[in-house]
Design a protein around this ligand. Structure first.
Ligand code: HEC
Length: 179
C-alpha cells in the first residue's frame, strides 16, 4: 500500500497538465459526460479499473513504454529513458526523492492499484485532502483484488503473480466494449 505521500505525489502529477497529465485523457470513476461530449476522441480508459483488469507487472511495462505494446496508441511515453533520471516533478515531494524514471513509474503504478471503479477523483489542487490520498488501507483490502496487498517491494524480487491475468496484453480492448 503506498503511503499518503506517495499517493499525493502520484495524484498531483496525474492531474497536472505540466507533468504526467494522465487525467487530460483518462478519467477515474464515473464517466465524465461533459468531457465525453466535448472531446470523445481523447477519452482514455477509466483508471479505476486498472486494479481489476491488469497485472501489476504489465501495468508497469505499459506506463514505461506504451508504444512497445501499441504502436499507434495516443498515450504518451513520458519517460524517454525509463531507467534514466526522474522527470522534474515538483507538484508534491517525496522522500526519499525518486531518482529514476522507474521510481516514478512504480509510485504511479502502485497508486493506480488503490483506485476502484467508483473512486471519486479530486480536482487539481484538491488532491491532498481527498479520499484517494487520505483513504486508508482497509478500503483497498475490502474491495480490491490481491493487487494492492501484493505490491512488489523494490529490490525484493518479483511480484507474485495475479490470480487471473485474463486481460493480459489485450490493451486493444481498453477503448472498446469488452472490458
Ligand atoms: C494523450 C492521452 C493519454 C495520456 C496523457 C495518458 N494516457 Fe494512458 N492511455 C491512453 C489511451 C488512449 C489508452 C488506451 C490504449 C489505446 O487505445 O491507445 C491508455 C491506456 C492506459 C492504461 C491501460 C488501461 C486499461 O484499462 O487498459 C493505463 C494503466 C494508463 N493508460 C495509464 C496512464 C497514466 C498513469 C498516465 C499518466 C502518467 C496516462 N495513462 C497518460 C491515453 C493517454
Amino acid at each position: 500500500m503506498p503511503s499518503t505521500d506517495q499517493k499525493l505525489y502520484a495524484a498531483a502529477h496525474m492531474n497536472s497538465a505540466q507533468h504526467a497529465n494522465c487525467i487530460s485523457c483518462h478519467f477515474v470513476g464515473e464517466f465524465p459526460v461533459q468531457r465525453g461530449k466535448d472531446d470523445l476522441q481523447k477519452m482514455a480508459p477509466n483508471l479505476g479499473n486498472v486494479s481489476k483488469r491488469l497485472r501489476p507487472e504489465w501495468t508497469k511495462a505499459w506506463l514505461t513504454a506504451p508504444m512497445n505494446w501499441m504502436p499507434y496508441t495516443k498515450m504518451l511515453t513520458l519517460w524517454s529513458e525509463p531507467y534514466g533520471p526522474a522527470l522534474p516533478w515538483d507538484k508534491a515531494t517525496l522522500s526519499p526523492k525518486p531518482h529514476s524514471g522507474e521510481d516514478q513509474v512504480e509510485v504511479m503504478r502502485d497508486f493506480l492499484y488503490t483506485l476502484r471503479p467508483d473512486t471519486v477523483w479530486p480536482k487539481a489542487g484538491e488532491e491532498a485532502k481527498s479520499p484517494v490520498v487520505q483513504g486508508g488501507p482497509s478500503e483497498a483490502e475490502s474491495t480490491g483484488p490481491s493487487a494492492a496487498a501484493e505490491k512488489p517491494e523494490k529490490g525484493k524480487g518479483k511480484a507474485k503473480k495475479e490470480k487471473a491475468p485474463k486481460k493480459h496484453g489485450s490493451i486493444g480492448s481498453a477503448s472498446g466494449t469488452t472490458g
